[in-house]
Design a binder for this molecule. Structure first.
Ligand code: PRP
Length: 219
């Protein structure tokens, strides 16, 4: 069976042109944040919209073979927790871990599969949940890997997108659900890290360049 085409208005991300708040809340981790760009309420509201769209698009999927939600570890954990609770359908959830950054602030160019799925994707409708598309390298490699397992369909729901050119943008319907379009800055919080820190910030903010410059020196 097929699934519905994503609605155009929901496929288009919301632009984040300016800082949502200039001064982030104070606290030990927030001292490293230059400015916040999205708060928890905004992310949750967008997850509600995307969850409703996914519910509508997959409403005819067979209950005997539910949608497989693939959460990418570790960055997508917070967004996926919000999104999954907004999908009103039977869903199977699995996890995959692919990393290209290590402790660096820029992609290494090599993607490693650190933890693989336990689900057999053959013939299944699958939705890959990502936190951010930066260079698109991680996603591109993940899609290649998962497509080879012959799912019935494989779409992507990403919370953040920096809109850089990458081949997956040329694949019709692939980036079906996107939360926010953001500037090309190093963002952390709400699951996103720098050197494994800041994932637990309850908002998304721009890391002060001095912090990742300091980290690079220590490597
Ligand atoms: C981050 C993020 C995306 C990827 C995006 O993962 O979670 O998966 O980078 O960057 P790209 O589009 O330039 O490939 P990371 O490798 O840092 O692992 P993590 O999810 O554990 O933080």
């Amino acid at each position: 069976m097929s699934v519905s085409q994503p609605a155009r208005d929901l496929a288009r991300p919301i632009d984040v042109e300016t800082s949502w708040f200039v001064a982030p809340p104070t606290g030990s981790q927030s001292d490293d944040i230059a400015h916040g760009i999205l708060n928890e309420a905004q992310v949750r509201a967008r997850a509600r919209e995307l969850g409703a769209a996914i519910t509508r698009d997959y409403q005819h999927i067979s209950p005997a073979s539910p949608l497989v939600a693939i959460v990418t570890l570790r960055g997508a954990i917070a967004f996926a927790a919000d999104l999954l609770r907004e999908i009103d359908l039977p869903v199977e959830t699995d996890f995959i871990s692919a990393s290209s950054y290590g402790a660096a602030a820029t992609s290494s160019g090599v993607v490693h599969i650190l933890k693989d799925l336990e689900t057999d994707l053959e013939g299944r409708h699958a939705l890959l949940i990502e936190d951010i598309i930066d260079s698109g390298l991680t996603l591109s490699r993940l899609i290649d890997t998962l497509d080879a397992r012959r799912p019935a369909s494989l779409r992507v729901c990403a919370l953040l997108d920096k809109n850089k050119p990458c081949p997956i943008r040329e694949q019709p319907g692939r980036l079906a659900y996107t939360g926010f379009s953001i500037p090309d800055e190093f963002v952390v919080g709400y699951g996103l890290d720098y050197a494994q820190r800041y994932r637990n910030l309850p908002y998304i903010g721009v890391l002060k360049p001095s912090v990742h410059a300091r980290g690079e020196e220590q490597r």
